[in-house]
Structures are given as C-alpha cells and as structure tokens.
Ligand binder design. Structure first.
Ligand code: ME8
Length: 522
C-alpha cells in the first residue's frame, strides 16, 4: 500500500473475448505498461489493471458460433489475453474477468445504489442496437449501408430491438456533465476528443437502456432476474470492482479510487467520458481523473479486420522484430492520440536507425573504448570543461522533460527528448574524438569517456519504461546495481564511481537485414 508515496491507478479497456488479441489491444496495454513502469520508477505506488469483458450478446453469439458453452468459451479466449500480457512483458498488477464473483457482486451493488438514488426506472425500449458495438443508436445517427441495411457510424450493422428495459436517467445529467468537463479541463485528452464529447453532450442526452431481456449471458438485475445488466454498465464497473467496490471504506478503495487514468481507443470514448462519470456520480462515487482516447492503427494503409485477413498477431510481431523494438516503434512512430499506420519499412527504419545506429552505436562505442583503454573500469574523470558540465547538466535535466511529456501521455515527445540527448551524445563523441585522446591526452580521454558513460547511465534509466530488457542490459554493462535504477538515482548523487569494474560490452539492439533480425547488436 501507498504509505507516503503518491498513488497512480491506471486501466486499459477490458477486451471482448469474441476474438483473438491483435495489435490494437496490445497497443493500448503497451501504452499503459510504459506509463505504469514510468510511474513506479518515479516513486509512485502504482496499480495497473487490465482484463477481459466477457458478458453480452456479442460474446454469447461468438460462443454459440464456436459451438461452446459461454463460460467455457470465455475461459479459453480470456487466456489468450493473459498470454499476451506474458508475451509482451506487461507489468499489470491485476487481471480482471467480468465473470468473476467479485465483479458480479460489485455490478449488482452499483445497480442497487443507482436504483436507491432514483436513477433507474423500468420502461420499454424500441430502437436500434448494434451487437458489434454493444450500443444503442438513435435513428438520426444511422447511415445507409452498402446492402441497403442501416449501419452505425462505426460501420456496425444495427438491428431493431423491442423489449422491456430498465433505463438510466442520463437525460438529467447533461448540465452536470458539462459543468464537470468545464471544471476538469484535463479530464478528456487529447483536446480534439474533448471537444467532440462536449458537443455530443450539448446536443442533448437520451435516457439509456441499461438492461436486456432477450438473452441470458450477463449479470442478473437484482430482484428482477428476467433482465440482465447492459454489458457496458457491467464492463465499466470493472474499474471499481478491482479496487474493492462495494467496500468503499476499504483501504484499497480509499487508496486507489478515483482512478488517475482510463486509457481507451477513440471508439469507446463516449462510454467512458459520458456514461461512466454519470453512472459514478449517480451512485455517489467520484469520476476518474482522466480518460485518454488514443488513435487507431491501420496495417499498410488498410483498416485492420478479420474479414480483410490483415490482422497483425502481436506475438508473431514480437518474434519477428523483438519486443523492445516493437514497443519502441509503436510509442515513437505516432504522436500519441493520432491514428497510425503499421508498415514494415517504417518499423525497420526506426529499428535500424534510431535503435541500432543512434542508441546502440553510442553505447557500443563508448563501452568498447572504456573496455579497451581504461582496463574495463569506469574511468577517472579529470577536470571538467564548461562544455562537459553543460553536457552532463542536460543529461540530469532530461527527466524533467520526459516527466512533463508523460504527464499528458505524450510518449512520442518523451522519446524525442531522449533521442535529442542521444544524438547530442553522438555529436560529443565525434567532436571530442576520444580515440585520438587515447594517445595524445589519456587523462582527458578518461574525462570524456566518464561524461559519456554517465550520460548513458541516464539514458538507460530513462528508457526502462519503454524498452525494459535492452535498458536493463545496458545498466548491467555499466554495473549499475538493481536498486539504483529508479529515477531518484538520476543526477550527480548516484553517479558512476571511477574504478568500478565493467563487464565485457555487447550490443543490445539487433538490426533487421535481408529479411531477418540479426542475432546481436553490431
Ligand atoms: O470495446 N488500433 O473491447 P474491444 C488501436 N469490451 N487500438 C485498437 C484497435 C486498433 N486498430 N483495435 C482495438 C471493447 N483497439 C469493450 C471495452 S472497457 C470497460 C470495455 C483497442 O475488445 C482500443 O483500445 O473491442 C479499443 O478501444 C479497444 O481495443 C477495444 O477493444
């Protein structure tokens, strides 16, 4: 538990178990993983949640299509998502499934709270429903699909539904939601998405159907088991279940709620930024502090879809290029929030250019020179020039820039700041030419190599959240102890000690050449 450390609670969407995990799912969890690792290294008590969304008509239909009982089906598919967290080395603290007893209890508890608060009433629904989105749509939102059928803005087919239903009084929340967005300007990021949500809410809200009667695969409505709770109310509630709801006085709930961040794709922003805060406030709970809606990945310019057969398997991708390489590419390639295109050439360019040539080469040449010319020990720094000090000062200052970027989930900017330092360090190597100093002025060579090794220590500490394995190997090569790798150890107080023995350097960033990944770095 937190003690005096600030806490940071962040969540991914819980993924539908109607399908195998693909690159889009891995992307959202990766962004959270980098942030979770960053916050831990920065001294926070982090709680990082992911999991699977297992109820509803869409999952029930998929189970039927697979000829399986829904529970057995969800057990199997949920495991694929757990396997992904292992394959991608995700550091989540919990993995929630909505079919777990803790969650069913929590869903029924929030339902009862909403009923007691007068937020839910019984009526009947007659309107359009898209099973793929598990969402209700107004006539005015629909378009004509290619075969004359009506489709939702997402492209999902809709069907006409008429059934008795409980409703949540969403229409009464318009002003309170607008006031909430106004008072919390960073609640929805990026800003363009915030504006979309505000104009949607300004356009007026209709009461929301929150129960279904035409199928059974869901959490029963308390005291009216003909109804099951609408899958989105069920799913969103996972975020409070995992921190102990309905025990709101528990240490866990008190520590971690409200969540600091719900990370989602832009497709599901409305559920998180409109319905969810209204449900929570209706139940007397605080809304989360932020919802960040990131963009959408395409594959070589095309929408990723099963029917197009171009789904990118996240496990195969990592086998092909390496985990750290893929992690770096996804977080660097696209300004976080924008849409992005996965293409092989761009992946290889970044892997060979920025990782192997820029970062790998910097570490490799500095560590090899130390190995060769300084008896494989951290060299003794002599008197530093103003330039040396300025240079080290920039390395010390880097955390401030990266922290500012991470605070607003601008991963690409954090990485760009680190790479500006890497490029400057390569420039410093070239300008100082330590290989020449080896003969002409060994003392000065020691100083230059010391400044560079200390810079690499900073870089490797800072790249840990993005590329945990490669960064750890670099820190091993600098003999930085495991307990001296947190951001509190940046700066001069934990500087490398002259005379420390260093292991033999080896490349940590493979290249991709002639259709395959090289075994080792150059
Ligand atoms: O919506 N590019 O689950 P889901 C980027 N169960 N991200 C993508 C993507 C792509 N091409 N495809 C998917 C659900 N994603 C609900 C959520 S939360 C209480 C319930 C990511 O399996 C992105 O994060 O359809 C998107 O929001 C999510 O997967 C949708 O996952």
């Amino acid at each position: 538990m937190s003690g005096s450390r600030p806490r940071y609670y962040l969540t991914t969407p819980i993924y539908y178990v109607n399908d195998v995990p693909h690159i889009g799912h891995a992307y959202t969890t990766l962004a959270c993983d980098a942030l979770a690792r960053f916050m831990r290294l920065d001294g926070h008590d982090v709680r990082f949640l992911t999991g699977t969304d297992e109820h509803g008509q869409k999952v029930a239909n998929s189970a039927r299509a697979a000829g399986m009982d829904p529970q057995a089906f969800t057990d199997r598919v949920s495991q694929n998502f757990r396997d992904l967290t292992d394959a991608w080395n995700f550091s989540n603290d919990d993995f929630i499934r909505t079919t777990e007893a803790r969650h069913i209890r929590s869903c029924q508890a929030i339902w009862r709270k909403l009923v007691a608060a007068g937020e839910i009433y019984l009526g009947s629904y007659a309107g359009w429903y898209a099973v793929r989105d598990e969402a209700f749509y107004g006539e005015n939102e629909l378009q004509d699909g290619p075969d004359g059928k009506k489709v939702a803005p997402s492209g999902a087919e809709v069907e006409w539904v008429e059934e008795p239903s409980y409703f949540f009084k969403l229409s009464a929340w318009q002003d309170r939601l607008l006031a909430f967005y106004q008072a919390n300007p960073d609640f929805i990021l990026p800003e363009s998405r915030r504006n979309e949500v505000i104009s949607f809410v300004k356009g007026g809200l209709r009461d929301l159907s929150v129960s279904r009667t035409t199928f059974k695969w869901g959490v029963p409505v308390p005291d009216d088991p003909d109804h099951i709770i609408y899958v989105w109310l069920d799913a969103l509630t996972n975020y409070i279940t995992a921190v102990g709801y309905p025990e709101t006085e528990s240490e866990s709930f008190q520590t971690y709620w409200p969540a600091d961040l719900h990370m989602v794709g832009k497709d599901i922003l409305r559920f998180h930024a409109v319905y969810w805060p209204a449900f929570l406030m209706g139940a007397g709970l605080e809304p989360p502090r932020r919802v960040f809606a990131h963009g959408w990945w395409t594959n070589e310019g095309q929408k990723i879809s099963k029917s197009l057969g171009n789904v990118i398997d996240p496990v195969e991708l990592v086998e092909k290029y390496g985990l750290d390489q893929v992690r770096y590419f996804l977080l660097r390639e696209v300004p976080f929030g924008n849409d992005g295109d996965f293409n092989h050439q761009a992946m290889v360019n970044r892997m060979n250019g920025e990782l192997a040539n820029d970062y790998g080469n910097l570490a490799q040449r500095v560590l090899s020179m130390i190995n060769k010319n300084c008896q494989a020990k951290v060299p003794e720094p002599g008197e530093m020039t103003g330039d040396d000090e300025g240079f080290l000062g920039s390395a010390h200052g880097l955390i401030g820039q990266v922290r500012d970027a991470m605070e607003v989930q601008a991963f690409h900017e954090g990485l760009e700041a680190v790479w500006a330092m890497i490029r400057a360090a390569n420039g410093y190597v070239d300008a100082q030419a330590p290989w020449k100093l080896a003969k002409e002025d060994p003392a000065r060579m020691g100083t230059v190599l010391y400044v560079l090794a200390e810079t690499i220590r900073h870089l490797a500490i800072l790249t840990q959240p993005f590329m945990p394995d490669a960064s750890a190997r670099l820190l091993d090569q600098l003999a930085v102890p495991e307990d001296a790798r947190a951001f509190a150890c940046l700066g001069p107080d934990h500087a490398l000690k002259a005379g420390t023995e260093l292991p033999k350097p080896e490349g940590v960033f493979p290249r991709y050449e002639n259709g395959e990944k090289t075994e080792e770095g150059e």
